[in-house]
Ligand binder design. Sequence first.
Ligand code: ZN
Length: 278
Amino acid sequence: MPELPEVETICQALKPLLEGQSFLKIQANRPDLRYPLPVNMETVLSHKLISLISRRAKYLLLDFSHGLTLIWHLGMSGRVIIENLNALSLNSGPHDHVVFITSNNYKITFRDPRRFGFLLLYPTNQLKSLHPFKTLGPEPLGDIPLGVSVLHAALKRRTISIKNALLDQRIIAGLGNIYASEALWQARLSPRRGANTLRLKETKILLIEIQNVLRRAISAGGSTLRDYAQPNGDTGYFQYSFNVYKREHLLCNHCHFTPITRIVQSGRATYYCDKCQQ
Ligand SMILES: [Zn+2]
């Protein structure tokens, strides 16, 4: 499932291509994904200037100069494929649900086999009052990142496990199952600990490790992008080596003698080292 680093990578790839351009054509190959596609999307958005591409949590936001924002969520399996129309052979598949043709000769395809992704269109000035944007917590990275005292205070109010607290988008925006497990391993904190038991010093280490894990994943995504973006760039996922995620029974990369344990917390798999993480 695409998490913050994957969405940020796509955002960084689309930004130089789309800002200042427009869509000449928007082809929707079905009426709905998780939700119905925006009504008259092509009529409303084509030939309109794209003024800003940004990311909030796991949402891509395409702002248009006539005051509308296209909210794009990749769901469980969504990929964004960027191709130059001059490429010799263009990529296409049965799960290509929406295809955008840009004024600078690019084809941008939203491919989503499981169709949990969605596109929604709202006035830009209403976004902050919309669910879920109105309750999203601070970003872990960015211009004004989440501070340690804010995170510590938010965790102090929660009796749930620290792993589940990290998935709560009201506490920290954009962190998902994979990178929450990875950051807790890096910080040597047990995912089973109560969120309100973390000391300030532990919270500080955890926040640093969350930021490190996300930055490393974004730069891994960036390098994959540089390697594969042209001419048939698939920017949906990238290779990133995990220390605990999906490494059940394999030896911990830190202590080298404890097999990684898998537990289920609130229906989501958590991976950790029982020895290193306290
Ligand atoms: Zn270990």
